[in-house]
Design a protein around this ligand. Structure first.
Ligand SMILES: Nc1ncnc2c1ncn2[C@@H]1O[C@H](COP(=O)(O)OP(=O)(O)OP(=O)(O)O)[C@@H](O)[C@H]1O
Length: 592
């Protein structure tokens, strides 16, 4: 436990090295920035020498030609400084944009690959903060701080050499400032990296509340919880500002010491150097040049000092980003996975047990059944009994904890995920549409589908008439989360979207729950034919008696166990629970 901050510091620094490694992709741009930086340093180091030349060879002996020459050279040096400064900052920015681009790409594709279990346990807002704010910290580090540190170090070394050549005693006095401020900065970074991580985490938490409120604004208003939500947000906002102020205090505590050090050194140089000039051992020009170098040497120390918090922040951010990039993808292809090509219709569950990661109890216990080709299976059970879990396991959104699921005798884990999921058409219980047109949403998995194909599936899903009644028809834009559509309309678009795919196993997970009974029956009737033609097996998580009656077989699930299976008539006679569920549904229907 005591070691924890140290460990964290180590992994922060490792992450920063990794970020630096990613600059390899932009090696030419980075090299250009470095060369510009070296040339800038050389131009900077040359300028005080021009001063010295002008004073000692021009002003003091009253030689106007040298004064004018040196002035002309100073103009050239100034232009060169301007050019190299532009070059180094432009190229460093370009490299930083490149690294940010790569990181965004990496993290996005990782988010796409991560298994359901990762998404179950991670907060969307924390992921959003990582993709936005954390990457921005890294970009600033590469575009600004890194160049400051490298430039500062190069300048320090170059000027230290020049000073030692000019006057080694005075140089030694001046250079004492370097190790002292270096130590102050190193201490600052090592002490505060945890603090910067904390700030980023609190920003993520604050974003979580914001996001929840944006998504759930109807609930907030419906329950008149605006003030409570404002209070919750304010409390977290206060915590964030407190953490931020803590970091600012840490930064501000470090810098006055460095300023003090630099001022003391300036005094010492003036006193000691002035005495040497009076003694005739040092020229006025040299003292002026020395003083200019002093400013030049303090500047990089301060720049490195300013860069220090940004480095610590970037280190914390890099660590958070690599946590996602390196997260284990639990569900992936086996080394010799094969493509799932045709489906014979025999899906076997053999003693399947499943527990959600982190859950205390198993969601499925020893479930065994086998489907026959072309069968329509209805899955029925109380809420939370495990129906959706069975569907999730067929498509390998999760892998079984024990037992196996086979398709035509082959374990689902033997197939490549892509081919398996391409063959499974699934309509989820919760409907998600993307922003875009209705047509784009329906063709989500098959962008090249023709309008005729789109209309055909929309008709089957009983949504065509509604779509053409809209002013823009299939080109109507549906907003984020399908705003502007009712729950039932969204569900039917989702059904059409699935029907358009090349499925051979069809899974409808309570996908008409928001559709009225009459329309649902129409969809069911339309689907019946289609299912028997196109699907080798169909699973319907059912709530409606009509669906259940229509099914070839009903699986009755209770508390994660398959407690009975058979046709409607068989279960009516053998299963008391079936009777209870049906009765409750009949009552519900009567109420409606
Ligand atoms: N992602 C998850 N992580 C942990 N536990 C989960 C997760 N999803 C579901 N569960 C739990 O697993 C059990 C079965 O859930 P499942 O969603 O399969 O039920 P269901 O029969 O489909 O319910 P409903 O009819 O309400 O949709 C429940 O107890 C639920 O709390």
């Amino acid at each position: 436990m005591v070691q924890q901050p140290e460990l964290q510091e180590n992994s922060s620094m490792q992450s920063i090295w990794r970020v630096l490694g990613s600059l390899r992709t932009y090696r030419w741009i980075s090299l250009g920035a470095l060369v510009s930086l070296l040339l800038l340093t050389a131009a900077n180091a040359l300028t005080p020498q021009l001063f010295r030349w002008s004073i000692d060879q021009g002003i003091v002996p009253q030689n106007l030609r040298i004064v004018l020459y040196s002035a002309a050279w100073m103009v050239v040096a100034a232009i060169a400084r301007g050019l190299f400064n532009f070059g180094q900052s432009y190229l460093a920015e370009a490299a930083s944009q490149g690294v940010a681009y790569e990181l965004r790409k990496q993290i996005f594709s990782k988010i796409q690959n991560l298994s359901f279990s990762y998404h179950d346990q991670s907060q969307t807002s924390q992921l959003l903060t990582r993709v936005t704010s954390d990457i921005e910290q890294i970009r600033t580090f590469i575009g600004t701080s890194l160049i400051q540190v490298i430039g500062g170090t190069v300048t320090l070394v170059a000027i230290a050499v020049v000073l030692l050549i000019m006057n080694w005693q005075l140089a030694l006095i001046t250079l004492t400032v370097v190790p002292m401020s270096g130590w102050l900065m190193a201490r600052f970074i090592s002490r505060n990296s945890g603090l910067f991580r904390q700030v980023q985490e609190q920003l993520g938490d604050l974003n979580a509340v914001l996001q929840e409120n944006l998504l759930g604004i109807k609930v907030v208003k419906g329950f008149v919880r605006e003030s409570a939500e404002k209070r919750r947000y304010t409390t977290m906002n206060d915590a964030l500002i407190k953490a931020n102020m803590k970091t600012i205090r840490a930064i501000r505590n470090t810098f006055p010491f460095i300023f003090l050090l630099s001022n003391l050194v300036t005094l010492a140089v003036f006193a000691y150097g002035g005495a040497q000039v009076i003694d005739g051992r040092f020229s006025i020009g040299e003292l002026v040049a020395f003083n200019s170098y002093l400013v030049l040497i303090l500047q990089p120390i301060l720049l490195i000092g300013f860069a220090a918090p940004a480095i610590a922040q970037a280190a914390a951010s890099a660590e958070r980003i690599y946590e996602v990039v390196d997260a284990e993808v639990e569900i992936r292809d086996r080394p010799n996975a094969i493509a799932f090509e045709t489906c014979g219709g025999r899906i076997t569950f053999e003693n399947v047990c499943f527990r959600y990661p982190g859950a205390a109890t198993a969601a499925l216990k020893n479930v065994s059944f086998e489907t026959k080709p072309k069968e329509l299976i209805a899955v029925l059970g109380m809420t939370g009994s495990g129906k959706s879990t069975i569907m999730n396991l067929i498509a390998r959104f999760y892998d079984v904890t024990q037992g196996s699921i086979r398709i035509d005798g082959r374990d689902v884990r033997d197939f490549t995920l892509q081919s398996l999921r391409t063959h499974i058409g699934i309509v989820f219980q919760e409907t998600t549409l993307f922003s875009g047109t209705i047509r784009e949403n329906i063709t989500y998995a098959k962008p090249k589908a023709t309008l005729e194909q789109v209309i055909e599936v929309a008709k089957t899903a009983q949504i065509h008439d509604f779509i053409i009644s809209l002013p823009d028809g299939y080109e109507t834009i549906v907003g984020e989360r399908g705003v502007g559509l009712s729950g039932g309309q969204k569900q039917r678009i989702a059904i059409a979207r699935t029907l358009l795919t090349d499925y051979s196993i069809l899974i409808l997970d309570d996908s008409t729950s928001a559709v009225d009974a009459k329309t649902a029956a129409q969809i069911q009737a339309e689907l019946d034919d289609l299912m028997r033609q196109k699907a080798c097996v169909t699973f319907v998580v059912a709530q409606r008696i009509s669906t259940v009656k229509n099914a070839d077989r009903i699986l009755l699930i209770d508390q994660g166990k398959l407690i009975a299976q058979g046709s409607h008539e068989e279960l009516m006679q053998t299963s008391p629970l079936y009777g209870v569920i049906l009765e409750s549904q009949v009552k519900q229907k009567e109420k409606v």
